[in-house]
Write a protein that binds this ligand. Structure first.
Ligand code: BYC
Length: 330
């Protein structure tokens, strides 16, 4: 649990928030309103710090767990070229996780603590990674749709008010855009292939479309954190705004592939200039968040095993660091 925000007062734990003055809070909001970047050592409200640790660490966990569905296809990629590309992509996701843990650590929570929160089931990761990758076309659909949704959400995060997060996102977004193109390239190859290949691409689109829309989070009216995060300019667009942008950008791409969106309510609305789409199955979303998606247990079991298997590496690295420090001191 994040404890840095707690003080002992009269023997009772008291949130530091209670000690924040109206002047401090107003001065902080004025900096945000003036589009100044907040840096790690600057004064910030404890609730702002907690929100960032929550969001950035969950984002980092998503990158790390997100390696699993695609890693599943590394040994079965159809060509050497596809395998090399997929390997590079999966390694990029590990890198994103590391930049993000680094950005979150500047807020005073250790990586060990954040990882422990994930392993203990206290911290979330993106719902999307609890779905299985059944065919090679799923790798195309993940790149096209999941990375496409991720970019839509992450480009505005490059302008997030917290400097270390915003700067980490610049590089992440560049890499995500390559990931999205490689996914679309797989889909294009399959869509232009024989009837079986085209059917595989359509099937992957059918299964990944709705979970991709869920990546943006609950509708604005049901999103407890949005209003405050928008006021602090952590979020620059609401969940529904980003979801709509994603739908508007992606529907024509499906048309170019000659694939059909699995939504009979999808229609272009001339008046608003947007695609209208059907109702998301929010029950499914909350079931996945509660740990009951198709692959939640498998994903966490794999992560716990990887963490346990890596214990000797962490131990060796810290003993080596201690030896170096002792040698330098001598
Ligand atoms: N899945 O008030 P809300 C990637 C949670 S990785 C799970 O709207 P907020 C990639 C939310 O955390 C993609 N949980 O929250 C990697 C909150 O729960 P807590 C990950 C979700 O934070 C490898 C509660 O629901 N991207 O790109 O204002 C390969 C209420 O929601 C989800 C990021 O993490 C979900 N889909 O907005 C390929 C981006 N949605 O914390 C690709 C950074 C909501 O109170 N994060 N929840 O227990 C964000 O932009 C925001 O945190 C969200 C949610 C838009 C996700």
């Amino acid at each position: 649990m994040y404890t840095q925000g707690l003080d002992q007062a009269g023997g009772k734990p008291q949130r530091r928030d209670a000690l924040e003055s109206a002047e401090q809070l107003a001065a902080f909001q004025a900096r945000i309103d003036a589009d100044e970047k907040i840096e790690a050592k600057d004064w910030m409200p404890e609730a702002y710090r907690r929100t960032l640790v929550r969001q950035i660490s969950q984002h980092a966990h998503s990158e790390i767990i997100g390696m699993q569905p695609e890693g599943n296809w590394l040994t079965r990629a159809p060509t050497l070229r596809r395998k090399a590309i997929l390997l590079a992509k999966v390694q990029d996701e590990a890198g994103h996780g590391l930049y993000l843990y680094g950005a979150a650590e500047t807020l005073g929570t250790s990586r060990e603590q954040m990882v422990q929160d994930l392993l203990d089931g206290k911290a979330k990761y993106s719902s999307i990674f609890n779905y299985p990758t059944l065919t090679w076309a799923d790798i195309g659909a993940i790149g096209w749709l999941v990375d496409g949704a991720a970019i839509m959400n992450q480009i505005p995060l490059c302008r997030c008010s917290f400097g270390p997060y915003a700067r980490a996102m610049v590089r992440v977004c560049k890499e995500e855009s390559f990931h999205q193109r490689q996914g679309y390239d797989i889909m294009l190859t399959l869509a232009r292939g024989n009837a079986t290949q085209k059917a595989m691409a359509q099937d992957a689109l059918n299964r990944w479309w709705w979970p991709s829309l869920m990546m943006f989070g609950p509708n604005d009216a049901d999103s407890p954190h949005s209003a405050q995060s928008m006021q602090w300019k952590i979020k620059r667009f609401s969940n529904d705004e980003l979801r709509q942008k994603f739908v508007d950008a992606t529907v024509p791409q499906a048309g170019f592939l000659g694939l059909t969106m699995p939504d009979d309510k999808l229609a272009y609305d001339d008046e608003s200039g947007h695609y209208r789409f059907g109702e998301i199955n929010w029950q499914e979303f909350y079931d996945v968040l509660a740990g009951n998606g198709p692959c939640n247990r498998e994903r966490m079991a794999t992560r716990r095993k990887a963490h346990a298997d890596g214990a000797w590496v962490r131990e060796a690295a810290s003993v080596y660091a201690e030896k170096q420090a002792a040698r330098n001191a001598a």
